[in-house]
Each structure stands twice: as C-alpha cells, then as structure tokens.
Design a binder for this molecule. Sequence first.
Ligand code: URA
Length: 239
Amino acid sequence: MERLQKYLAECGVSSRRKAEELITSGAVMVNDVIVTELGTKVSANDVVKVNNVIVDKEEHVYYVLNKPVGYITSVKDEKNRPTILDLFEENDKKYRIYPVGRLDYDTAGVLLVTNDGAFSNKLTKANYEVEKEYVARVEGLVTKLEVLDLKRGVTLKTGYKTKPCNAKVVSSDKRNNTTLLNIIIHEGKNHQVRLMCDAIGHPVKKLTRVRVGNITLEGIPKGCYRRLKIHEVKEIMGR
Ligand code: URA
C-alpha cells in the first residue's frame, strides 16, 4: 500500500506536489470513487484514474550513458542546445526518464538515467556514500603536496571545504605542461572537481567521469548507453 500522491508521481503523472493538487481538486478516482483525501492509500490491485483515464504504474528503467562533451544534462534546454535525451532512442524514451545528478556541458563520462525517483533521490542525497571517480587533465605539473591538499580537502571559491577524498597523479606530461589526475569523491557539489583543481592552482582542461559506484564506461562507446542489470541497480542502492 502506498499514498495516492506518491503512487501518481511514480506512475509519471506529475510531481508529488501536483498530484496532491489533482487529488484535492477531485480529478482522481480510486475504483471509480472520487478521492480527495491526501492520506488515501492504494495498492497495485486498485484501479486509479485521473480525469477518467486509467494510470498504470510505469516500469522502472535504469540506463548508463557515456555522455559526450557538448550535451546538456537536462531533459530540455531553453537555448535549444543538445540534451542527453537526444542520445536516446524513441523507444527508450517512452518513460519519463531523466538524469541522476549532473555532469557539466564540458564533462564526459558515466551518467545514470532513470525514471525511478527513489533511485535518483537516494544517489543524489548529500550524505549518500556512492563513489564518483574522475580522470582530469589539468594545466601544469601537480606536486605531491598539492595532491595531499586535494586528499585532505580544499576550500573552493564558493567557500565550501571539500571532504577528504582519494586523489593521485596518473601521469605528468612535462612537454605539454599538463598532469593527468585520478580523483574519487563521495560528494556532488556543482562543478566540484573543476573547482577543486582550481583551488590547487591547476585548472581542468578535460574532465571525464569514469565510474559511479559499481558502474563504469566499459563496453559503452561515447554517446551510447546500456540498460543497467537489476543486480547493478541493487548494488548501487546498497541493498
Ligand atoms: N565535477 C565537475 O567539476 N564537473 C562535473 O561535470 C562533474 C564533477
């Protein structure tokens, strides 16, 4: 049994708040009886209608996309730039799918996409411990001390001090004066990795997220995606 407004939101009818408005306005019927009480509970056996149309619970789908640079992590863009949904086939977009968290327009790599609100909420909650691994090509030659700063936490220009993380130099390119860094964080502040690298004086030239939890880019060409297996979904949810 679950609350009617939650059920409607999960069916993809609307947000939970809008569903409450639908219920109180008398647009929702359960087993052909108008229900206006918000606490009403329903089960899979109940027939729920909105404006006389039956709503069915959507199957939950989970994808991992290898996001290329040059796509907005959103379902729409007011400036009409390409969005990550443009990379999905029509048949895979029949559900109201959306990205879990964000990757910058200029960042490539692992992006989870789903229509499961609970999954998305859990993974984007500030204190959820899912690891996010990045590979960053940065300007200049990064010293051991600077790596230590990253690991201990740095103060971003926003004033936020980052939590301890894992960081290491993968390789240094003396000729081009750049360093390849591997950084694993558990947080997801806006532009966090770019701001962390700015904070140690090494702006990012190129950024790729190579892993979220147990999900990597393995076998997924740039711009392509695959469905997650159910055990992968369970693992990343920590069950
Ligand atoms: N950190 C960033 O700076 N950008 C991203 O897209 C993801 C993490």
